[in-house]
Ligand binder design. Structure first.
Ligand code: DLL
Length: 437
């Protein structure tokens, strides 16, 4: 299939052209926030930087960072850079901890959002002939409206199912002829399991692609979903603070997501020192909005860890690519001094043939951290003897020890017994935090 682009000129522009656009838009945005947002004016004055010092992207490092705490401190509208009469939409996110944050969009901001979602849809091979089944939540969460806007932009038929009610999702997939499924990867997996359980042949559906994001997932999980639903599964990344879904989008190569660099400048930094890192080095992703009117956050620290690459991509797009974020600095578990990402545990489990239905419990007993991984047995193990099950548990333990470098307890539980998620999965329970440790 020939590669198709929604906005070919910019998606395949030369690096020089992209840099020129970024320079011009950054200069304009910095002036905009300096003039209209008290926090930016104060921060820049304190740092001794004036808008005139910012001549292009190479000056970005002079600007102070913005964090989620800033959004909380200026809650709800203190960081809006336009008058309320120009704000046409609000979205919000509560995150896993703390007070929710609020962002606003002007008409222009929503148009940009529709365009970047349209780029994602074209990149997975969709066009006006497709039925876009949106099973991300609609509401203050950005997932539903984000992909919905993109579907409208390309003239496809949007099916705004929202999340939940899995039986109904499946009926709609069957009856309405959905061709592209959009939801979290954990929900896609659950839908796939239910389809299997009902004895429905995935080939009897019209689905051809999935756009899955909003939470970390592994390559192993991608393969399972692709196989179970008989589709191509693409990753999509974004966050409320920067826009919502489609800040970066995956293409036919399926090796990471192109950042929409005409709207966002991406950097990776050392999370401890704030120092900018070269491409190819894992670091915290930091985004600067350069075309937004209402909430153009400057050097927003995402806490997501990724790697950027500027290697040529077979799809022809020239935007920088980011790897799947392997986790968040604040999701990283430090267990007995060792850094552990839930995604590493997922990789081991899926490689060994288990499903991504697992739960990680961390606790502290007698001043020592404990790690327990619960995972569902496969259907064929269910009738195994206790001894046999113990052997399977031992095998997982050994694999985890070799990958993580620390010991973990493993418990195989009955198929279907771990709670399923219709949105973002919550797989970690760190009891140490509950007791303030
Ligand atoms: O999750 C926006 C979104 C909706 C993205 C639908 C993709 C699809 P928030 O609720 O603000 O926004 O959460 C943002 O989710 O900082 C990451 O930690 C995580 N995240 C988002 N996409 C991915 C992904 C939406 N593809 C936070 N892989 C981000 C890993 C992701 N983590």
């Amino acid at each position: 299939m020939a590669e198709r682009y929604w906005q070919k000129e910019i998606e395949t522009a030369s690096r020089e052209q992209i840099k020129a656009i970024q320079d011009e838009r950054l200069v304009k945005t910095v002036k905009h926030v300096y003039e209209n947002v008290e926090m930016y004016r104060k921060r820049m004055d304190e740092a001794g930087v004036s808008p005139d010092d910012i001549k292009g992207a190479e000056d970005l490092h002079k600007l102070p960072f913005t964090t989620k705490q800033d959004l909380r401190d200026y809650y709800p509208y203190g960081l809006f850079a336009v008058p309320q009469k120009d704000v046409v939409r609000l979205h919000a996110s509560s995150g896993t901890t703390g007070k929710q944050i609020v962002v606003g969009y002007t008409k222009h901001d929503l148009e940009v959002w529709d365009d970047i979602a349209a780029r994602q849809l074209y990149a997975v091979g969709a066009d006006e002939n497709d039925f876009i089944h949106v099973a991300y939540g609609y509401g203050l969460f950005t997932g539903g409206f984000g992909l919905h806007g993109g579907a409208g932009r390309i003239g496809a038929t949007a099916i705004p199912v929202s999340s939940g009610n899995t039986d109904r999702q499946i009926t709609i997939l069957q009856d309405f002829g959905s061709t592209v499924l959009c939801c979290t990867p954990s929900y896609a997996m659950y839908i796939a399991e239910q389809i299997k359980e009902k004895g429905i042949d995935p080939k009897s559906l019209s689905l051809k692609a999935g756009i899955f994001g909003a939470e970390p997932w592994t390559e192993e999980m991608r393969r399972q979903i692709e196989e179970m639903l008989d589709i191509k599964a693409y990753d999509v990344y974004g966050l409320t603070e920067i826009m919502g879904p489609c800040v970066s989008y995956e293409c036919s190569e399926q090796t990471g997501m192109h950042v929409n660099e005409d709207h966002f400048i991406v950097e990776t930094i050392d999370p401890d020192t704030g120092e900018v890192l070269p491409y190819g080095t894992p670091g915290e992703l930091v985004f600067t909005c350069i075309s937004k009117e209402c909430c153009p956050f400057i050097r927003y620290r995402t806490r997501d860890i990724g790697v950027l690459s500027i290697e040529p991509c077979s799809c022809g797009r020239t935007f920088v690519k980011m790897t799947k974020p392997k986790g968040r600095t604040d999701d990283m578990l430090i267990i007995r001094g060792v850094n552990v990402f839930p995604s590493q545990i997922e990789t081991v489990l899926l490689r060994m043939g288990y499903s991504p239905n697992y739960k990680i419990f961390v606790d502290r007993v007698n001043n020592t951290d404990t790690l327990l991984v619960q995972v569902e047995m496969t259907e064929d193990m269910f009738s195994d003897t206790v001894t046999k099950i113990k052997e399977h548990e031992k095998a997982i333990k050994a694999e985890l020890r070799s990958l993580l470098g620390i010991g973990a307890d493993v418990q195989l539980v009955a198929p279907g017994s771990i709670e399923r998620s219709m949105g973002k999965a919550k797989r970690v329970e760190d009891k140490r935090k509950l007791i303030g440790g």
